[in-house]
Design a protein around this ligand. Structure first.
Ligand SMILES: *Cc1c(COP(=O)(O)O)cnc(C)c1O
Length: 373
């Protein structure tokens, strides 16, 4: 793996996560976080967690079905459901656990899973582990989706897609997918990890922004570790869906409930998302500034209008070299390589936060232009 420039290592952060970050003992500017709204180190979230810690300690003590379901978990589930206009929500300890648990609960060996080829790894693993017939559609290609749906001959069909694709930043054609699923009697499941808090008039995410509700997208998954600055994830949908998952989602049934303090922090984050549109507005203004600057400097852009702005470089070593050149200038942009992205599409995955300033973005642009030369 080393010889093929595929070896991976970690860098150590000291102190808070954020735009200014101390990495391996060096201060630099972070352009590779999913903390889109700058909430991960917001003192209001920490205060909410602290209050919950003081009142209730650290651990939830057990899985939710045994004795681990705390008032904070319940309140967060109710508030998430209310925010999204869905009857119920169910809290999982991670997005990975949610996707694995939901897909395995909804699809079995007699069923079919139809999935976009660029879906998140957790959706891919969920589909594979379910034992269902697994059909991949070319990325965001409606003809390929139609063909795959027609070829799906399982008893039940579960169609699965990211909303905002995590390494490309583009948005799935959700209304068209919903229509296709309706004609084929397939259930549509959308993973909105990068849409929640970012898209939609109040940050309700990509599904809501596309005008779709429970009838069109019965299974909605989003995470709390990205724009909400906490950790964990949830599924939102009908009463029947949530009750079924409580019986059958193995990654939920057999897993310790998240610490109540994290739920308390997520409740505070959700309130900020609802009440303070300025973070989302600043975030999207930052994306526009980056794209306008990149266009001027001749930096090749992808079609993404979201805070995920990939710069595809091809060879693994090219991505590593540009990432290192930027790091030497004080900008941290991680290189993304296979198997996270397909071979020959190694890239810098540049991401934006509401907390970036115009000067910081201009500095990054200059660093990119120099590095590319
Ligand atoms: C991050 C991510 C996940 C996994 O969520 P975790 O809470 O980090 O486990 C799932 N799906 C998508 C699209 C993601 O980007």
């Amino acid at each position: 793996m080393r010889a093929r420039a595929l070896y991976r290592t970690r860098r150590v952060i000291e102190g808070a996560h954020g735009v200014r970050i101390l990495v391996n003992g060096r201060e630099c500017l972070n352009f590779c976080s999913n903390d889109y709204l700058g909430l991960a180190a917001d003192p209001r979230l920490a205060a909410a967690a602290k209050a919950a810690l003081d009142a209730g300690g650290t651990g939830s003590g057990a899985a939710a079905l045994i004795s681990g379901y705390n008032r904070e978990h319940q309140a967060l589930e109710e508030e998430l459901a209310d925010f999204l206009g869905r009857p119920r929500a169910l809290l999982f300890s991670s997005g990975w656990a949610a996707n694995l648990g939901v897909i395995r609960a909804l699809a079995g060996r007699r069923d079919s899973v139809i999935a976009d080829e660029l879906n998140h790894a957790s959706l891919i693993d969920g589909g594979r582990l379910s034992g269902a017939q697994y059909l991949r559609a070319n990325h965001a290609d409606l003809n390929a989706w139609a063909v795959a749906l027609a070829a799906a001959d399982g008893e039940q069909r579960l169609a699965v897609t990211d909303s905002v694709f995590s390494m490309d930043g583009d948005i799935a054609p959700l209304p068209q997918l919903a229509e296709l699923c309706a004609t084929r009697d397939a259930t549509l499941m959308v993973d909105d990890a990068h849409g929640l808090g970012v898209l939609g008039p109040h940050g309700e995410g990509a599904v809501h922004a596309a005008g779709l509700g429970v009838p069109e997208v019965p299974v909605y998954v989003a995470t709390l570790g990205k724009s909400l600055g906490c950790g964990g994830a949830f599924v939102a949908g009908s009463e029947a869906l949530i009750e079924y998952l409580i019986q059958r989602a193995r990654t939920w049934v057999f897993s310790t409930a998240p610490p109540p303090a994290i739920a308390a922090a997520a409740r505070r984050a959700l309130r900020i998302v609802r009440e303070e549109p300025q973070h989302r507005e600043r975030l999207l203004a930052n994306v526009r500034r980056f794209r306008a600057g990149a266009r001027q400097l001749g930096i090749p852009l992808s079609d993404s209008e979201t805070p995920i702005q990939p710069l595809v470089l091809g060879q693994e070593q090219r991505a590593l070299d540009l990432s290192q050149a930027l790091f030497d200038r004080g900008y941290w942009v991680a290189a993304i390589r296979p198997p996270t992205v397909p071979h020959g599409t190694s890239r810098l995955r540049i991401t934006f936060s509401a907390a970036h300033t115009a000067e910081q973005i201009d500095g990054l642009l200059e660093g990119l232009a120099t590095g590319l030369k």
